[in-house]
Design a protein around this ligand. Structure first.
Ligand code: ADP
Ligand code: MG
Length: 293
């Protein structure tokens, strides 16, 4: 049974125009049952080679992965193994040398606001107020004024920044800027969020708070998330599944399901299941790191 069925608070996602046939997905060990079991993103035998100053660097090879509609999937692996490269492929900022990456069954060509990308640097325009930043996507999409105002209000409230609408990014703390960029991302109503170590620059305390924030917003919206992190406990806390990559040229080494009930809270971190998971993921990454030296 699909794990998604156990989450009544997650809004059902609109059906993608094309879906992967159940038989094909079964071969890759993917549970296709349930309304949210469809494949959102799929990479098939992807290889990426960079050429720089006459040198070739193979970033990923034999990289195959299927991400389910609505799931929170994290990718961990040694530094330089090709994590960001994969995310850039899904964002449409890079093309595979061979193989294919599909979103909603269609090969990815170019960037799209429907595939929102969050980087470690705060993605707020410094010359715009918080409200103007959050309004940026809806304004570009020419949504009606009333709808835009309602959205800005709602997303700012969701990330706990009500009252700061007229502040500029430099008047906000690092954590608040990060929340603001989350609000801005979500205001675009993306069906897919791509996050490349988005909380990496924060202090440990703010980071834990923002993980809970992100969890809450994600549980409400049910967007598909592909999340890259070097933090094992962050991956375990947030994810439905954690994909571990090998050392470069990176491919998916194993996928570890996270069987922790939702909604997750700070208490989740104290459970035995959490400790075991953290150890299992950590050991898998460690093997790859050790093999590098
Ligand atoms: P990760 O995010 O896992 O740390 P990356 O995907 O950023 O790894 O990089 C994978 C490998 O590809 C690294 O060896 C990196 O130096 C190389 N690489 C990434 N982007 C480029 C590029 N544009 N040109 C040349 N080499 C690159
Ligand atoms: Mg990276």
């Amino acid at each position: 049974m699909s794990r998604r069925l156990a989450r009544p608070w997650v809004r059902p996602a609109p059906s993608p125009p094309e879906t992967v046939p159940a038989e094909a997905a079964d071969e890759r060990g993917i549970d296709m049952q349930g309304p949210r079991g469809q494949i959102k993103v799929e990479a098939e035998d992807v290889q990426v080679t960079f050429r720089r100053r006459g040198q070739e660097i193979e970033a990923v090879r034999d990289f195959s992965l299927a991400v389910r509609e609505g799931e929170f999937l994290s990718i961990v692996g040694p530094s330089g193994c090709g994590k960001s490269t994969f995310l850039r492929l899904v964002a449409g900022l890079e093309s595979p040398t061979s193989g294919q990456v599909r979103c909603d069954g269609k090969p990815i060509r170019g960037a799209s606001a429907d595939r929102g990308m969050a980087f470690q640097q705060y993605a707020l325009f410094p010359w715009m107020t918080l409200a103007a930043n959050v309004d940026f996507g809806p304004r570009m999409r020419r949504l009606p004024k009333a709808q835009r105002r309602e959205r800005v209000e709602r997303y700012i409230r969701l990330v706990g920044l009500t009252g700061f609408e007229d502040k500029y990014p430099h008047e906000l703390s690092g954590g608040m800027q990060q929340r603001g960029s989350l609000a801005r991302l979500f205001a675009n109503d993306p069906s897919l969020l791509l996050m490349d170590e988005p909380l990496g620059a924060l202090d440990a305390q703010t980071r834990v708070l923002l993980q809970e924030e992100l969890m809450r917003v994600w549980e409400e919206f049910g967007t598909t998330v592909i999340f890259i992190t070097h933090s094992i406990d962050e991956a375990a806390f947030l994810s439905d599944r954690v994909a571990v990559m090998t050392r470069r040229p990176g491919r998916i080494k194993e996928i570890i399901p996270v069987d922790l009930p939702r909604p997750r809270t700070f208490e989740t971190r104290g459970t035995e299941t959490f400790a075991k998971l953290e150890f299992e993921i950590g050991r898998s990454v460690r093997e790859e790191v050790d093999a590098l030296s």
